[in-house]
Write a protein that binds this ligand. Structure first.
Ligand SMILES: C[S@@+](CC[C@H](N)C(=O)[O-])C[C@H]1O[C@@H](n2cnc3c(N)ncnc32)[C@H](O)[C@@H]1O
Length: 431
């Protein structure tokens, strides 16, 4: 572990997020809800989230608790965070959307205890690594998870953060003569990332990205360059943390970022990769792709998950096997990682009194579109049928050839159906 700042402690983190509420959420239609992740989660839960789940979002920031509440409308969501400004933004979004199944509180997650009861889902995304002692944080939230429940965690990967961590150290060093307070660090970081005298610097490689981040997403920029406290992990360190915290790794939340086999075009390289054990394969992905550690974990005391880690296609098939609770399904737009378009979230509502139609609208509401294929697919994926049956039925309705029974064909049919809309279905919990 590395990267702790000298100004460590809860108050510095609280001050940071009060000055830079995260994530940026000043307008409803900029909300990029984490459907894609939730979607993957839903497919790989060993015990599905109950309809009336209790969901804890520890370190909810501006909108994460709201995302869960929208995705699971019959759940009770409780979000806590240190930052009053983040919570104020969250409350205003909740009010604008008229969401009633979420409660927010300004609170240190380390104070969670038995009086809070147990939760079916505990999410702490991008939070524990900002605590002075992440292990203490993990143990505290793990103690709130019911047996069979699932934690959704994101922790910084050392490789992913390497240049940022270096840069933060530089900022601290150069800001120190001016007192090293948040204002001095901000000025120093701006001078170094946005100043014009650095066109040939190491950061110049990232300059367009950094500049864009600063202009379009200031909280993200601040998280990168002036955060007062963070810890990062390599893969062995991550698994040590989970074990010490009494947690069992279940799966990567975005499994496709951890599967690099299809990228090895040379058969010898592919064979060498395939001969590695699972951790070694992940080490390859960690070096090549540097994903953040976005994962699902259960209690170490739970029996091993029924479903071991699955490959890309399995995750896709599982994800697409959606069911609805009869009220609302959410689609996340533009998940195709090849297209770098802004995310757009669509909510799909059943139309009262009509079994054969759905309405799609954005969070800004009432932009009504009715893409027929998606609507048909939704109609067919009712939680009772298999993906195969749903695809067959949807293909038949739209005269798209459905090539037959092999798994690969099923995968490609699912992709064909889904990609035109850049959308995946999110499974809401059934009874
Ligand atoms: C990077 S943001 C992530 C927000 C949210 N989880 C998301 O993914 O959108 C980290 C959040 O953790 C909160 N936080 C950090 N330490 C905390 C603590 N000890 N108790 C509660 N919240 C904390 C911060 O205030 C901040 O809002």
């Amino acid at each position: 572990m590395s990267g702790k700042g000298p100004n460590s402690g809860k108050s510095a983190v609280e001050a940071h997020y009060s000055a830079h509420p995260y994530p940026k959420a000043d307008a409803i239609d900029t909300m990029a809800l984490r459907r894609e992740e939730l979607n993957t989660l839903a497919g790989r839960w060993s015990q599905p989230i109950p309809r009336d789940a209790r969901i804890l979002v520890a370190g909810c920031g501006t909108r994460e608790a709201l995302s869960w509440a929208l995705c699971f409308p019959q759940a009770q969501v409780y979000g806590c965070d240190l930052s009053s400004t983040s919570l104020a933004i969250g409350r205003s979004l909740i009010e604008q959307l008229g969401v009633t199944n979420v409660r927010l509180e300004q609170r240190d997650l380390l104070t969670l205890d038995d009086e809070d009861g147990l939760f079916d889902v505990v999410s702490s995304w991008g939070v524990l690594h900002h605590l002075p002692d992440p292990l203490q944080g993990l143990r505290t939230i793990r103690a709130r998870l019911r047996p069979g429940g699932v934690m959704h965690l994101m922790l910084y990967s050392r490789r992913n953060r390497y240049y940022i961590r270096d840069f933060q150290e530089l900022v601290r060093k150069l800001a120190a003569p001016g007192g090293g307070d948040a204002g001095a660090k901000m000025a120093t970081a701006k001078g170094l990332t946005l100043g014009t005298g650095w066109k040939d610097s190491r950061l110049a490689r990232f300059s367009e990205y950094v500049r864009g981040q600063h202009d379009n997403d200031p909280p993200h920029w601040a998280d990168s360059f002036v955060h007062p406290q963070e810890t990062d992990y390599d893969l062995p360190g991550l698994f040590e943390l989970l074990e010490a915290g009494g947690a069992r790794f279940l799966a990567w939340n975005k499994p496709w970022t951890w599967v690099v086999r299809p990228r090895f075009k040379d058969p010898k390289l592919a064979a060498a990769y395939s001969a590695l054990d699972q951790l070694e394969q992940w080490e390859v992905a960690d070096r090549m792709m540097m994903p953040v550690f976005d994962l699902l974990a259960g209690l170490a005391s739970d029996p091993p998950a029924e479903r071991p880690w699955m490959g890309d296609d399995d995750a896709l098939l599982d994800s697409v096997l959606a069911r609805t609770d009869g009220e609302q399904i959410i689609l996340q737009g533009n998940i195709d990682r090849g297209q770098r378009k802004p995310l757009k979230t669509l909510i799909v509502d059943r139309v009262k009194g009509r079994k054969d139609a759905v309405e799609l609208h954005t969070l800004a509401r009432f932009t009504l579109v009715r893409p027929r294929v998606v609507a048909t697919l939704i109609k067919h994926v009712d939680g009772e049928r298999t993906l195969r049956a749903a695809c067959e039925a949807a293909c038949a309705s739209h005269r798209v050839p459905f090539d037959g029974p092999t798994r690969q064909e099923l995968v490609s049919t699912a992709r064909q159906l889904i990609h035109p809309y850049g959308a995946l279905l999110v499974r809401a919990p059934g009874p």
